[in-house]
Design a protein around this ligand. Structure first.
Ligand code: KIV
Length: 281
């Protein structure tokens, strides 16, 4: 049975932690789903992790939908959230609903996520009114990191801290089913978690949130360009993969691969007949 937003809400009520991870392709989606993670996010971190952009800003709707389709084929258990890319929900509420709808109608997602506090309320209201579950995202919002002064911890002074509490309340009132809290001090995340009736899912926001999300490639040690300080690496796969790939190259070059075990022999009699037939014209 697929996890529902009711199951997610129940976890907040019962105090059970909510788990969420990102996925960008079918194979990883299957593994994450098999680990019975509550929610899978096709994040626009796709842009940096899988597409090699220097930020999430260039990611397009087309790219998001393409990867959501691949991930949705691998997910059976988890609630699948598609991340709305930059400028897919800010221009007009009509466009926001149309784009959110594409994640649901054409890409197998169960809900969408969008960034922003009070400024995103009209889009959230319109999308939720169309019957699409929306997840909020406040704190460090990578799509507008430049305007925030870079990729830094948010809400560290009284004014910006209070603004984050107000933003959490505003998106909650607008109808989001959960909120991602990214890179904010742990006591502030605890306060927001106590204040809003919906689940909070933290990333770099301490242990008092109702759940946690990480970029899967970070926790597996696959993305070795940069690892944020809040990431715990549960595996260090980049060196393991590099070693395996170098071994493959060496074995192909020295003729060690493929050996008999990894080759098809066929029937000796049939092969002999083909070979002698060819030789005799
Ligand atoms: O794009 C993403 O992966 C995200 C998570 C980090 C929450 O928004």
């Amino acid at each position: 049975m697929t996890v529902t937003i009711t199951d997610i809400q129940k976890k907040k009520t019962s105090g059970e932690k909510i788990t969420m991870l990102t996925a960008y392709d079918y194979s990883m989606a299957r593994l994450i789903d098999q680990a019975r993670v509550d929610m899978v996010l096709v994040g626009d971190s796709l842009g940096m992790v899988a597409l090699g952009y220097s930020s999430t800003v260039p990611v397009t709707m087309e790219e998001m939908l393409h990867h959501c389709r691949a991930v949705s084929r691998g997910v059976r258990h988890s609630f699948l959230v598609g991340d709305m890319p930059y400028l897919s929900y800010q221009v007009s509420e009509e466009e926001a609903v149309r784009n959110a709808g594409l994640f649901i109608k054409t890409a197998g997602c169960h809900g969408v996520k969008l960034e922003g506090g009070s400024e995103s309320v009209p889009a959230i209201e319109k999308i939720t009114r169309a019957g699409i579950p929306v997840m909020g995202h406040i704190g460090l919002t990578p799509q507008t990191a430049t305007a925030l002064g870079g990729y830094s911890v948010q809400g560290k002074d009284v004014e910006s801290g209070r603004k984050l509490v107000e933003d959490a309340q505003a998106v909650s009132d607008a109808g989001v089913f959960a909120i991602v809290l990214e890179c904010i001090p742990s006591p502030l995340a605890a306060l927001i978690t106590e204040t809003v009736p919906i689940p909070t899912v933290g990333i770099g926001a301490g242990n008092h949130c109702d759940g946690q999300v990480l970029v899967t490639n970070d926790l597996l040690g696959l993305y070795d360009k940069f690892t944020p300080g809040f990431v715990k690496k549960y595996a260090d796969l980049a060196p393991v993969i590099r070693k395996a790939l170098s071994e493959y190259v060496r074995e192909v070059e020295d003729g060690g691969f493929p050996d008999d075990e990894h080759s098809f022999r066929g029937s000796d009699a049939v092969m002999a007949e083909i070979i002698s037939g060819m030789k005799n014209g």
